[in-house]
Design a protein around this ligand. Structure first.
Ligand SMILES: Cc1cc2nc3c(=O)[nH]c(=O)nc-3n(C[C@H](O)[C@H](O)[C@H](O)COP(=O)(O)O)c2cc1C
Length: 392
């Protein structure tokens, strides 16, 4: 016998309907979505940074707040987005082998890397144009990272200039360089970075041309032009030309002779290029496919990591692309990465709650990393080894 629906049943049904992906999945409706504890955690849109339980909740807040052109600027991948997806899928290629009965009452995530003494291997990947996401742009990211002593990489095409960003960070900042065919401009950018106190330059080598990011192109004309600022070029008197299709290994030698900063190459995905990097005397590598925004290779960065590490000799290898959980970071560390850079999640935090949002992203990932280190029986980063992962 069916009993008549009570008021509680009706409320449950209403809540179920409100939490349905039919309502929350469509763009735009998310902004209407109730906040607080009425939504399931996997659909919730928290109303303050401190309430966010993972980076995906901050992603939903950012999506609900940001204009479509900005959202596409953040989220777009090349072509059909298969490489963006591959970065995430690569995390599932590996499972974690945890060990028991080890004292993990104290977890230490500190490390020494290329002259920096850091509290955590979690870094901020270089990302330009942050003024389009939040009025404080990179300054908010810098304040959040500096206070937590995460290392921040600052983009050539940042909205604010590297000296303004470094002053806000008051902590470790590295400069990311898009090389130009104009040598004087390269010198100008290097000098600015050195004067700002950067101890390393990260040369991005995955951009001989611009990736085919169709969502970004589609909405390009609708971007608010008032937010398009290029702080690092404002005091340059020549013509602004960044990016080069004619960049070769010769440029690495030029760079070595023209800066005292440590040199890292960002965008290495093969052992061949890792070996050449060793030959050309760079100081470190970053396995990266630009968050799937350049070539549509279909290859996730975590899948590329082992071959790069095997050819990198003693060079520290960093990685980025699709890192969203402490367990993702742990897997990369187990496969030989010295540190992990975070891209879009920091932008979600920035778009959601400015500095507080970025700080929340960094603290959530740090807490998740510490948690899996406790479960795995690895009290320090040095304890994490290849024995802690196994191919799925
Ligand atoms: C909106 C956006 C802008 C970016 N701008 C730069 C940049 O100026 N320089 C650079 O080297 N990489 C840039 N990247 C790539 C990131 O540094 C990083 O490689 C990538 O975001 C990592 O992947 P994830 O976003 O999945 O974490 C950008 C990425 C995004 C999403």
């Amino acid at each position: 016998m069916t009993r008549p629906a009570s008021a509680t049943d009706r409320r449950r049904l209403l809540r179920f309907m409100l939490q349905s992906p039919l309502l929350t999945g469509a763009a735009g409706l998310a902004s209407w979505w109730p906040t607080g504890t009425h939504a399931l955690p996997e659909r919730a849109i928290p109303d303050r940074a401190a309430a966010a339980l993972d980076v995906f909740q901050l992603k939903r807040v950012a999506q609900s707040k940001l204009a479509l052109p900005v959202w596409h600027f953040i989220m777009n991948g090349a072509d059909d987005g298969k490489t963006v997806a591959a970065n995430r899928a690569a995390m599932d290629l590996w499972q974690i082998r945890v060990r028991r009965l080890i004292d993990v009452s104290r977890i230490d995530t500190s490390l020494a890397l290329l002259g920096e003494t850091l509290d955590t291997p979690i870094m901020l990947a270089p990302i330009g144009n942050q003024l389009s996401i939040h009025p404080d742009g990179e300054l908010a990211s810098a304040r959040a990272s500096g206070k937590r002593r995460n290392l921040m990489m600052c983009s050539t095409v940042s909205s604010y200039a590297i000296d303004e960003i470094a002053a806000s960070a008051n902590g470790p900042v590295w400069f990311q360089l898009y090389a130009s065919d104009d040598e004087a401009l390269n010198r100008h950018l290097l000098k600015k970075a050195e004067n700002a106190g950067c101890r390393a330059v990260v040369l991005t080598i995955d951009s001989p041309t611009r990736g085919n990011r169709q969502g970004e192109r589609w909405f390009a004309r609708q971007m608010d032009r008032a937010t398009l600022r290029l702080g690092n070029f404002e005091d340059y008197e020549g013509r602004i030309r960044f990016g080069s299709s004619s960049l070769t290994w010769e440029f690495i030698d030029w760079l070595r002779n023209n800066t005292a900063m440590k040199i890292l190459l960002k965008g290495i995905v093969t052992q061949e290029d890792a070996s050449l990097s060793v030959k050309h005397g760079v100081d470190g590598l970053i396995v990266s496919n630009h968050g799937g925004r350049q070539e549509e290779s279909g290859r996730g960065t975590l899948a590329c990591l082992p071959e790069v590490v095997s050819a990198a000799a003693e060079l520290p290898v960093l990685i980025d692309g699709g890192f969203r959980r402490g367990t993702d970071i742990f897997k990369a560390l187990a496969l030989g990465a010295a540190a992990v850079c975070i891209g879009r999640p920091c932008l979600w935090g920035l778009g959601a709650f400015g500095e507080e949002g970025v700080a929340r992203v960094l603290s959530l990932l740090q807490a998740e990393l510490k948690r899996i280190m406790q479960f795995a029986g690895t009290p320090t980063l040095a304890d994490i080894s290849a024995d802690h992962v196994i191919r799925a």
